[in-house]
Design a protein around this ligand. Structure first.
Ligand code: ATP
Ligand code: MG
Ligand code: MG
Ligand code: MG
Length: 450
């Protein structure tokens, strides 16, 4: 079959041609003149292709009753100029085969708009809606742009383990892995990875520049609109690099991905801006071209303190930035992406490089309007003694991280990297209110479908 996207994109060339389309019926309207108009969607684009079914001389009479919303069809017909408004072409059916029928009385996807809450309860059918279909095409485009970006810059794609022995972030939000038959399977406690960073560092210190792009898991027991229990993280790591190089990489990365999606998914983004946020394209444009505003954490706290805003959680030096603080910084102070750097040592994980002041670490959080933190990165502590001190301060057992400490003993080099959540990025790109709509099968506390 020919994708509908292909036919509509280059419709003039298709006029007069015979095509076959494979898809699902969205609606059917019957006219008094013995003609039915069937809207078919094949998932290749938002638009449906209108098929004209002329049942004069009793043609198509038998299949007409099966040609209902939700049925899958293979239709062959000739493309012709459409007299209807809003579409350049339509297909005049010559043969129709109902591949799988669909009982309209029980099919949950009716023509009206359904709430996202309802759609999550039918996660196996929701990709057939305009919004979820469009989000998943954007997700595909982002994923491909991610690989293109790193591959073009000489980064090696490495696969870090899903089952690990460490809680990289030290936040205690790990899922334990145990074998059904044998809880002692590995002889030591193991977890689902919360980040591939520690293992990516190993490979950066051998191959130079690497990235991982895979699933990560966090048992955060909260119901927010920007956290999932399972999400995909993009984590580059560079040897012989510092925080400044890391910031530059993050900036180039966002420019590349946002502008790729803007050019490849124009139809989808137009749709999202109409439904979710009329300023969407404008916001994306600023991220696609504007350099980050860079402020230190200390400056950010003083901006928040003198804001006069009545925050639920007042900003004080030493506190982590809350969603409300991130919103204020990205939407009220700066009009675009902001990189906050040099956070207090006490609120960040053990692996970040301690600055000369002894109180802060060489960290960066990149914040954008709408979703807040999108990237968390840092220069890593590459000095053996200081790393050991950090581990002890955080109450960790250095023996469990011997391999990680070893890297600081044998040919250590300054290195840096970041982590970016794919779903956060998609939430930002599409404007969908809840991150649960950015992943095919969301997992959050209390909910895992399929
Ligand atoms: P947050 O402050 O939003 O909880 P974090 O600081 O805990 O994020 P990091 O450990 O810095 O997150 O992870 C790097 C990136 O991964 C974040 O900037 C974000 O884009 C993404 N991320 C983190 N946790 C989640 C989650 N539970 N669901 C989806 N994306 C996440
Ligand atoms: Mg978190
Ligand atoms: Mg954070
Ligand atoms: Mg972070």
């Amino acid at each position: 079959g020919t994708p509908v996207r292909e036919i509509l994109r280059r419709w003039a060339e298709h006029i007069g041609r015979r095509v076959m389309i494979n898809g699902w019926v969205r609606t059917r309207r019957d006219s008094k003149a013995g003609i039915s108009f069937v809207e078919v969607n094949d998932g290749s684009c938002l638009k449906n292709l209108q098929v004209i079914v002329d049942h004069g001389r009793d043609r198509f009479q038998e299949i007409l009753q099966s040609l209902t919303t939700g049925a899958s069809v293979s239709i062959t017909g000739v493309v012709r100029r459409s007299p209807a408004k809003g579409q350049p072409v339509e297909v005049e059916a010559e043969s129709i085969s109902i591949v799988g029928s669909c009982d309209p009385a029980s099919y949950p996807l009716q023509k009206k708009r359904h709430s996202f809450e309802f759609l999550r309860e039918i996660a196996h059918l929701r990709p057939r809606t305009n919004t979820i279909g469009a989000v998943m095409r954007v997700r595909n485009s982002v994923s491909y742009a991610v690989h293109r970006f790193f591959q073009e810059r000489g980064f090696y794609y490495i696969h870090t383990p899903i089952i690990t022995t460490s809680d990289c972030e030290g936040a205690g939000e790990v899922f334990r892995v145990t074998a059904q038959q044998d809880p002692e399977f590995f002889g030591r406690p193991t977890y689902l990875t919360v980040s591939g960073q520690l293992q990516a560092e190993v490979y950066a210190l051998a191959l130079g520049k690497v990235y991982t792009f895979g699933p990560t898991f966090r048992a955060e027991n909260s119901q927010t609109r920007r956290h999932l229990s399972e999400f995909w993280m993009i984590e580059p790591e560079m040897a012989f690099a510092d925080l400044e190089n890391d910031l530059a990489l993050a900036q180039d990365f966002l420019h590349h991905v946002v502008s790729s999606v803007m050019s490849e998914c124009d139809e989808e983004l137009q749709f999202f801006s109409k439904f979710f946020d009329e300023k969407l394209l404008e916001r994306l444009q600023t991220v696609a071209e504007r350099p980050f505003e860079v402020v230190t954490y200390t400056e950010a706290i003083s901006l928040l303190k003198k804001s006069g805003e009545n925050f639920t959680y007042p900003a004080e030096w030493g506190c982590d930035l809350q969603a409300e603080h991130e919103r204020y910084l990205t939407e009220r102070v700066f009009n675009g992406p902001v990189a906050v750097i040099h956070f207090p040592r006490d609120i960040k994980p053990f692996y970040m490089k301690v600055n000369d002041d002894g109180r802060t670490v060489a960290a960066m959080d990149v914040l954008v309007a709408g979703v807040g933190e999108i990237i968390g990165g840092s220069e890593r502590e590459y000095r053996y003694e200081l790393l050991l001190e950090q581990m002890k301060l955080k109450g960790m057992n250095p023996e469990a991280y011997e391999w990680y400490l070893d890297l600081r003993k044998y040919g250590s080099v300054p290195h840096a990297g970041f982590g970016l959540g794919l779903e956060r990025l998609i939430q930002f790109l599409t404007g969908v209110p809840n991150i649960r709509e950015t992943i095919p099968f969301p997992r959050v506390p209390g909910y895992a479908f399929a």
